[in-house]
Design a protein around this ligand. Structure first.
Ligand code: MC0
Length: 155
């Protein structure tokens, strides 16, 4: 962690409500979604292309999981210059990010900035299903690329 834990003040309650998803970088989108379906019984509950992020993505959840359950996000690169392509080149396929669900991304970003924890974008960008997203730099989050997700209609 880049910040001495003793120097952090606790974020107000209610701003971060859940682990939303974990993101898996894959080269072969169809092979990955089929594997989760057949090995673990995960359904594809949402799929889209996010050109800005350079990904084809799917959100997967176990069949019958309650609304709001944590999901697995399959992330396949749209091109060789995609962040996901770069990640796979360096690390191979695998866990690329963990995302937390927030109720007010601007307030969470302000809290992090006040403690010198770097978020990647000055303003939130468009994420899955019109959510607003940002990322905490992995070097400031214990080696984890941490996504902040404010679902559409939250705020
Ligand atoms: C890089 N590093 C990571 C990492 N990526 N550590 C943990 N997890 C990752 N995913 C580490 C590297 O090992 C390196 O450490 C240092 O961070 C700098 O890495 P780099 O390779 O020099 O830098 P870049 O150019 O790869 O950039 C890393 C960065 C980038 C995190 C800034 O990946 C980024 O902008 N990510 C945010 C956007 C993103 O991931 N989009 C795809 C998902 P060392 O020790 O070697 O220096 S889109 C998405 O998720 C949307 C659709 C959604 O959910 O709604």
């Amino acid at each position: 962690m880049s910040t001495d834990p003793a120097a952090l003040s606790r974020i107000p309650s209610g701003l971060v409500t859940a682990v939303d998803h974990v993101g898996i970088a894959v080269s072969d989108f169809d092979a990955a979604t089929t594997w989760y379906r057949d090995a673990l019984g995960f359904d594809n509950v949402h799929e889209e292309i996010n050109e800005e992020q350079g990904v084809r993505e799917a959100m997967l959840a176990p069949a019958g999981a309650p609304d709001g359950s944590a999901m697995v996000q399959i992330l396949a690169p749209l091109s060789d210059t995609s962040t996901i392509a770069k990640f796979i080149d360096k690390n191979g396929p695998g866990l690329q990010q963990m995302a937390v669900r927030v109720t007010d991304i601007d307030a969470v970003m302000a809290h992090l900035a006040a403690h010198d924890i770097r978020v990647l974008y000055p303003e939130p960008k468009k994420g899955t299903a019109h959510s607003r997203i940002n990322f905490v730099h992995p070097k400031d989050a214990g080696g984890v690329l941490l996504e902040l997700v404010e679902p559409a209609g939250t705020h």
